[in-house]
Design a protein around this ligand. Structure first.
Ligand code: SF4
Length: 319
């Protein structure tokens, strides 16, 4: 691990200012992804800004009937929160499907959103990877790519986003609240938060340098049948080849989002509109233009079958 300096920030504005005055600095809270990346020297921040003591660990009712989730709320606490379990069960389900109990105890809401891909070549400094070293090439294209993306890919990168929670947040139209060093705040709709890889797969989200996530907001509850179904190679502590988050109302209308298939959670307005016509119609939109590899073409029928199962469960749950 490379040497680094450390500071404990006292306020969100102080943390954001410290990030600006220390180019290359990183915020650290749970550290469940960052510390691994530092040990492998994939991330080599010269300065760490500890944000654990900023008081951003509350879950509060938001004006208008939604929920405001502090950036430092631990995944375990968010999944167990009564308002989340009652009003946003798809979010609770996604959180409990992620990682392991030990990791959920440490991982935070903001950190979960910002975790990096689990593409094995990204974690191997001996292999070319455009996301780790821009312009070096992509070892997954033509390499081992069973778990990689099938839609929204580019010639530079075919990685997936690993977060389960982010898929539920995309489904729920969450907003990402931030603060900058000058004290300016904004809310980034989650639909605009993540980027597709394009030619710059190392740029993954809309945050500016030094911009700190302070909270994630949820609109008022949607009701309906909500579920997060994750298909994986083992029952725990595994990333999703495919996952489906859905809200289905009694009349068959609803929303659907996918994990494990793209560089960011996958959701389209056309798929939501097509949901009453069934899984096939929704998947046709969600996976339009898919370019799977030989190794991961199985994800297309797997998405189809998983959404069919979710819709069948929704019908049973509402019977
Ligand atoms: Fe790197 Fe992306 Fe290629 Fe994986 S898929 S090797 S993260 S450029």
């Amino acid at each position: 691990m490379k040497a680094f300096t450390y500071q404990r920030a006292r306020t969100p504005a102080e943390a954001a200012a410290a990030a600006v005055s220390h180019p290359g600095a990183r915020f650290v809270a749970g550290g469940t992804n960052l510390l691994d990346l530092m040990k492998l020297e994939i991330e080599t921040p010269p300065h760490l800004i500890d944000i654990n003591h900023l008081g951003l660990d509350r879950i509060e009712a938001a004006p208008g009937g939604g929920l405001r989730i502090g950036a430092l709320v631990r995944n375990v606490d968010l999944a167990a929160n009564m308002a989340v379990r009652r009003d946003y069960p798809v979010l609770a389900g996604a959180l409990l499907a992620g990682a392991s109990a030990q990791l959920r105890n440490k991982a935070t809401t903001a950190g979960n959103l910002l975790q990096r891909t689990r593409c094995p070549y990204f974690y191997d400094p001996d292999q070319p990877c455009n996301k780790r070293v821009p312009g070096s090439g992509c070892s997954a294209i033509g390499g081992y790519n069973r778990n990689h993306a099938i839609v929204g890919t580019s010639e530079a990168c075919i990685a997936t986003h690993p977060s389960d929670m982010a898929v539920a947040m995309q489904l729920l139209d969450a907003g990402v609240e931030t603060v900058r060093a000058d004290g300016a705040t904004r809310v980034i709709p989650i639909a605009d938060f993540y980027r597709l890889p394009g030619k710059t797969p190392h740029i993954e989200h809309a945050l500016h340098s030094g911009e700190l996530i302070t909270a994630v907001t949820l609109p008022p509850p949607l009701g309906g049948y909500q579920t997060y179904r994750k298909v994986r190679d083992r029952a725990s502590y595994a990333f999703a080849p495919v996952s489906v988050a859905a809200v289905v109302q009694r009349d068959g209308s609803g929303r659907v989002a996918l994990g494990g298939v793209a560089h960011k959670p996958r959701r389209t307005a056309a798929a939501d509109a097509a949901l009453p016509r069934g899984a096939r119609a929704a998947v046709d939109s969600l996976l339009a233009g898919a370019t799977p590899t030989q190794q991961n073409a199985f994800k297309i029928p797997l998405v189809q079958r998983t959404l069919e199962a979710v819709l069948a469960d929704a019908r049973k749950g509402q019977a």
